[in-house]
Design a protein around this ligand. Structure first.
Ligand code: FRU
Length: 643
């Protein structure tokens, strides 16, 4: 492979060819980091699930090896873990040659049963032998998968966690030999339930770097109805005693404060003006699952149809109101033909903000950042432009609220506020005490539609995890591993630069590029927004923006480039970012087709794919509402890991 196709990541692992999803079996042994991955060796779509394999000496440069565990006659090889069985507890190696043991889900292709299976290797992961007397753990379910195993010294046993996917539970089992497993407890449901829970991990980390003060974290991937739709990751700090995981209390949920402009349910148009030719109250359409990240209300049970434009187009326009707060949030449930529904904010007869409708998977929240229009009179509008058949827009519940971000408490602790970080799991048997994980840099909502060839999907850059005490509680922090520094090439830097409110372009050749590392420290005083435009050109940009007023950071890929393949792609993703103080710190890892943003030493992280044109390679700093003082900006070109 030449690794030089359009959108081929230069500092992230991708298979030479074909489909990849979850990272599997992350284990270190004898100077090598193994990365196994869900792989279809025969095509660029999900299928023939097997464990692909790559090795690395530094977690940065990868050598792809032949498929390690191929799909078999009886089972497809789903996600799982690998451990180094140092004391040969499993008997699958010898005392002189302890084995690597892979513990994975076998998906029985005729019965759909999902159970846990073993394979072992005594030649540094090069060849694998199926145990043969498995499954070692079968609970008789078609939805029990993704084992993660670690040695728990305190209770002198192996611990396995796996997902009871539809029950939104993590099962915890114990074993002395990896072959016989005893049920210990179940965790969940809690936090974000989505459609399914998948790929759990249970890890222990020092709090604030203090190794005598450790805490456990349960990590759960959620598919269907995650923060911005599709798949995402949440975590629960807590305690594990060898049997039971006890989560700390979750953050409280508060409704956004501020005026509620409309809160429709059923066929109530809330006094809004109707124009157009078709309004109805169509049939109830099934119950929704998922939960809004903004308020606590649940989608399930909302069966009345609020908006149903039958066989025609229509517009609903709100009465005029004055904009007072920096955000308007709206929560939408239901909907189909989503691309033909628009939610607009109108000032002086012009659409100044617009969002397209959503898919029908779950309740979603969207928002408009309206800080710059403070004091202006505005209207909200819902527009349907679908002219085809019947029943094309069904929206169960919509609620517009004026809000400040401080009110937008997230009940769920999301590990990542972008849309493209999933199935993240930690390395086992690392030579240091570090906890490092890799996640799948994609989203089930559109992973199969990404226009890349001859491979599909990448893994995240490896991230070091830590726990830190914040005013809101103990939180997970993530930063790219140190070895990223070895990829640094040409450097551009400025100190104490004044960025005027008219965008100042940093256009020197030294700061162009598709694969860049950006370190920014910028003073935030008296600004409305400050940030960076990346992969920038006259027609495209990916915007990272922070609003000190709203204490909110966002990543806008709606104009990043190609995104027409799925309505869930060209979007803005946002997160609360509090207690920043006078200087905002951003660490950004930009690659050919992705952006990973680590804000405030990794307190808030965004991972988003972006598919920009080759010529969109500019970088621009901007501020609104005042001059920004850039204390320090360092940009490094990143050398390709494939050359
Ligand atoms: C998560 C997942 C796992 C499963 C694997 C199948 O992305 O759905 O639950 O084991 O992918 O490829």
């Amino acid at each position: 492979a030449t690794y030089d196709e359009q959108w081929r990541p230069q500092v992230h692992f991708t298979p030479q060819r074909n489909w990849m999803n979850d990272p599997n079996g992350l284990v270190y042994l004898d100077g090598e980091y193994h990365l196994f991955f869900q792989h279809n060796p025969y095509g660029n779509v999900w299928g023939h699930m097997s464990w692909g394999h790559a090795v690395s000496k530094d977690l940065v440069h990868w050598e792809e090896l032949p498929v390690a565990i191929p799909e078999a006659e009886d089972i497809a090889i789903f996600s799982g873990a690998a451990v180094y069985d140092r004391d040969n507890t499993s008997g699958l190696g010898t005392a002189a040659k302890p084995p690597l043991v892979a513990i994975f889900t076998g998906w029985n292709k005729s019965t759909n049963n999902q159970s846990q299976y073993l394979a072992s290797s005594v030649d540094r992961g090069r060849t694998w032998t199926r145990y043969g007397k498995d499954p070692v753990l079968n609970i008789g379910s078609t939805e029990s998968r993704d084992p993660k195993v670690f040695w728990h010294a305190e209770s002198n046993q192996w611990i396995m966690v796996f997902a009871k996917a539809r029950e939104h539970k993590v099962a915890i089992y114990g074993s002395k030999d990896l072959k016989t497993w005893t049920f210990l407890s179940d965790f969940g449901p809690l936090g974000s339930e989505g459609d399914v829970w998948e790929v759990p991990d249970l890890i222990q980390l020092p709090v604030d770097g203090n190794s005598s003060k450790k805490k456990w974290v349960m990590v759960v991937s959620v598919n269907g109805g995650s923060l911005y739709g599709g798949s995402g990751m949440q975590y629960f700090p807590g305690d594990f005693n060898g049997t039971t995981f006890t989560p700390d209390p979750l953050p409280a949920v508060t409704e956004p404060a501020g005026e509620v402009f409309a809160d429709f349910e059923g066929a109530d148009y809330g006094g809004w003006e109707k124009t157009g030719d078709a309004f109805g109250t169509g049939p109830a359409h099934g119950s929704l699952t998922g939960q809004s990240p903004v308020t606590g209300f649940k989608g399930s049970g909302l069966v009345n149809t609020f908006l149903n434009f039958d066989q025609g187009t229509g517009t609903l326009t709100s009465p005029e109101f004055t904009l007072n707060k920096p955000f308007i949030t709206f929560l939408i449930g239901g909907g189909n033909h989503p691309g033909e529904t628009a939610f607009n904010l109108i000032i002086d007869g012009k659409v100044v903000r617009s969002a397209t409708g959503q898919d029908s998977e779950a309740l979603r929240s969207k928002f408009f950042d309206v800080a710059e229009f403070k004091g202006k009179k505005a209207r909200l509008q819902i527009v349907d432009s679908h002219t085809g058949g019947w029943g094309h827009i069904l929206i169960d519940h919509i609620k517009f609220t004026e809000a400040v971000v401080n009110d937008m408490e997230f009940k769920t602790l999301w590990a990542d506020f972008g849309k493209d970080f999933y199935a993240g799991v930690t390395y086992s048997n690392l030579p240091t005490d570090d906890k490092i994980w890799i996640g799948w840099l994609s989203n089930w909502q559109y992973a199969g539609q990404l226009p890349t060839y001859p491979w599909r999907n990448a893994q995240s850059f490896p991230r070091k995890l830590s726990l830190k005490t914040t005013p809101e509680g103990v939180r997970l922090f993530q930063e790219p591993i140190e070895a990223l520094k070895n990829q640094r090439g040409a450097r551009f830097s400025v100190q104490n630069l004044l960025v005027s409110k008219v965008n100042e372009r940093l256009m020197s050749a030294a700061v162009r590029g598709k694969s860049l590392e950006v370190l920014l420290e910028v003073e935030t005083a008296s600004l409305q927004n400050v940030g960076l435009k990346l992969h920038q050109s006259s027609k495209e940009e990916t915007v990272v923006s922070y609003s000190p007023l709203a204490e909110r950071i966002s990543l806008d890929r709606s104009k990043a480039g190609e995104g027409s393949f799925n309505i869930g792609f060209p979007e803005v993703h946002a997160a609360p970012l509090k207690d920043v103080g006078s200087t905002l710190k951003l660490h950004i890892l930009l690659d050919t087709s992705s952006i990973e943003v680590f804000a405030e030493d990794g307190k808030v992280v965004f991972s988003d794919l972006t598919l920009s044109s080759p010529s969109s390679d500019g970088l621009e700093l901007f501020s609104t509402g005042g001059d920004a003082v850039v204390k320090n900006l360092e940009v490094y070109e990143l050398k390709s890991i494939w050359k």
